[in-house]
Every structure is written in structure tokens, then in C-alpha cells.
Design a binder for this molecule. Structure first.
Ligand SMILES: [Zn+2]
Length: 349
């Protein structure tokens, strides 16, 4: 059964996708579900079966190594591969319950980047809360702090997708205090009771506790930092907020698991890494930092702006692309890294 799943995944992944895997690729993901109860809300999660099949297929082509080994091979000019690193962001409980057993079965080392406020308190992540509102709030006309236009939820399902997008974009551009205010208002609008019921329904988006993080660390999983409140470190954040988010997350991970060598930028595209962020990550004492700028590691020119490739359900349902929705942008990587740094120089002037 599993062998069949692996074979079917292998068949649907075109050979040209593996051509780009000749170097060293750092993959990233978020979490797993047995089945989706609502993929609109659980859009970061893959099914266990898809994940297992994909990893099994990949294993036939690449050797999975730890971040530490990958960076060493890179430094020594031996990262010609095909090699891969598996990473997972945020710190959802299913990483402990579902991902860890699959990775262990397949002998794949991995790293987990946690947002420490969520591990500490169990608070749900901002974008999850906005999706709950968008897809489950009552019909109505809502105004929110930080949003110029009101959000209108009608009987037309498209209005919910529009709401999800508008709120998601606000999270991506507001300063952190604005995100806190917006999220408070969003949960108020959803209704505390309904939110509690949704949280019961969507256990996929529940953060793990420090006990889970520690159990993973003891089992050999590398634990890295991913900001304290999953703050997106775009250029609109103050330098104080950026430094604080990075420093607290590093400190908390160190206190709970003994070390914290790597950082991953929340969301992590070119627009979500402000000039202060690239510098702050560099100065915080990490060995390396990872973005979601697409590419493979040998093409990377900056150890604090390393690229990653998402393991993703293809949003257009094109199964032949699964799981590499966008591995072929390697040529754009150096330009993207330069774009982040160019702004840094501008601000310094
Ligand atoms: Zn994240």
C-alpha cells in the first residue's frame, strides 16, 4: 500500500523537477493532517499520505542531511548533491504527533523553526485566526483597525475568499502592534465562543508545548527560531520590534532546548524581509538564516538569506507539479538576495 503510494507519487513528479535538485535543496513545510476538515482554513497542511509518498519518492533521488551537515558540505564546496534538508515552520502540534513518526520511519533528519510566544502560551497564529473569521463569521459589514475598507461577508462564498485575502495582506504589512489590535478585533468579530469551537475543530493549527519541543529535540530534531510572535519583519516594523522578536525567540529556544543555531524569517519572501531584519538576524548570533526566496543552496550568496523550496499542495490542482510548486526560479535567487540588501544600504545612508 505504502509502496504503491510512493510509486504513484514518483510517477506524477516529472523528471525535470528533479533536474533542478542536482544541488542542495532546503525544503520547508508547516504541518500535516490525516484528512482536511476545511482546506480553506487548513491551507498550510498536507495530508500524511501525500507527505509520506512524496518523501519516499524524494528519498529515491536525494540524500537528506541535517542543516549542520548541509552547511558544512556547502562550505567545503561538496554540496553538489542531489542533497536535501527538511524543515518545518511555526511549531504545530501535529509536527510532534504526525510528522516526527513519518520522518523517523523514513530516516529523514529535520529541523523545526518555532514561534516562541505561541509555544509558550498556546495562542493560535494570526493568519489562522483571520481565516477562521473569513470563512466562519456571520454575514455582515465589519470594520477593523488597520484596514481602510470594511469587510463585507455575504451569502456569496467569494466574499469570504476576498475577506481572507484582505486580512491576510493586512497581517503582512501592519507593524506588530497593529497586528495585535487587528487580531483582537477579528476574534471579537468571530465571537469568542465560536472561535473556541473552531479551535476544537481545527486541532491542526494548535501550537505544541515546550514539552513537545523538548521531546523532539531529544529525538534529534534541530530546533530553530521563527520570531516570538511570528512577526513578519518587513520594512514597516520598528528596529526595536525586529530585534526583540528575533532575540526573544532565540533566547527562549536556548533556555528550553539548550541551543538555537538557525533562524527562519516568518513568511520570508523578499517583501517580508526588511533591511533591519536581515541585519538583525546576522547580528543575533545565529549560524545561518533561511528565507522562502526560491532556489537551491549552491546558488545562495548570503548565509543569512538562504533560499528554501516549499513542499506544497499545488493550488491549481496540477498534480504533476506536486510537491515542487516553483523550484525552477533558481536564476532569480541572487537578484532577490541583492534586492533585500540594496534596501539595507539605502537605509544605512
Ligand atoms: Zn511561519
Amino acid at each position: 500500500m505504502l509502496r504503491d503510494l510512493a510509486k504513484s507519487a514518483l510517477r506524477r513528479i516529472p523528471a525535470r523537477a528533479f533536474g533542478a535538485l542536482s544541488g542542495l535543496t532546503v525544503f520547508y513545510m508547516h504541518g500535516l493532517v490525516e484528512t482536511h476538515s476545511d482546506p480553506r482554513v487548513q491551507r498550510l497542511h498536507l495530508t500524511v499520505d501525500d507527505f509520506r509518498a512524496t518523501m519516499s519518492a524524494l528519498k529515491a533521488w536525494v540524500r537528506f542531511v541535517s542543516i549542520e551537515e548541509a552547511l558544512l558540505l556547502l562550505k567545503e564546496g561538496r554540496a553538489r548533491g542531489p542533497l536535501a534538508v527538511l524543515t518545518s515552520d511555526d511549531g504545530y502540534l501535529d509536527n510532534h504527533d504526525l510528522l516526527a513518526p513519518v520522518a523517523r520511519d523514513l530516516g529523514i533528519p529535520w529541523a523545526l523553526f518555532v514561534s516562541t510566544h505561541h509555544i509558550e502560551t498556546g495562542a493560535r497564529f494570526p493568519t489562522y485566526l483571520t481565516r477562521c473569521f473569513a470563512y466562519y463569521a456571520d454575514h455582515g459589514n465589519y470594520t477593523f483597525p488597520g484596514l481602510e475598507r470594511s469587510i463585507v461577508i455575504t451569502a456569496n462564498d467569494a466574499s469570504r475568499a476576498v475577506a481572507a485575502q484582505a486580512l491576510g495582506q493586512a497581517i503582512y504589512r501592519l507593524p506588530q502592534e497593529g497586528v495585535r489590535a487587528l487580531i483582537g478585533a477579528v476574534v471579537e468579530a468571530t465571537g469568542q465562543e465560536r472561535q473556541a469551537a473552531l479551535d476544537m475543530k481545527f486541532t491542526s493549527d494548535k501550537p505544541m508545548s515546550w514539552a513537545h519541543v523538548q521531546a523532539l529535540a531529544e529525538a534529534g530534531v534541530e530546533i530553530g527560531a521563527h520570531c516570538h510572535e511570528h512577526a513578519i519583519l518587513h520594512r514597516g516594523q520598528t528596529i526595536g520590534e525586529v530585534t526583540r522578536q528575533i532575540a526573544i525567540s532565540k533566547q527562549f529556544v536556548e533556555e528550553h532546548v539548550g541551543r538555537c543555531r538557525y533562524f527562519a524569517f516568518p513568511v520570508g519572501g523578499v517583501k517580508q524581509i526588511g533591511p533591519q531584519a536581515a541585519t538583525a538576524a546576522r547580528e543575533a548570533g545565529f549560524d545561518a538564516a533561511f528565507t522562502t526566496i526560491n532556489g537551491t543552496l549552491p546558488a545562495s550568496r548570503d548565509p543569512f538569506l538562504h533560499p528554501r523550496v516549499m513542499i506544497n499542495r499545488d493550488p491549481h490542482g496540477n498534480e504533476s507539479m506536486f510537491p515542487f510548486t516553483g523550484l525552477r526560479f533558481d536564476r532569480a535567487l541572487p537578484a532577490a538576495q541583492i534586492a533585500v540588501k540594496r534596501v539595507e544600504t539605502e537605509i544605512a545612508r
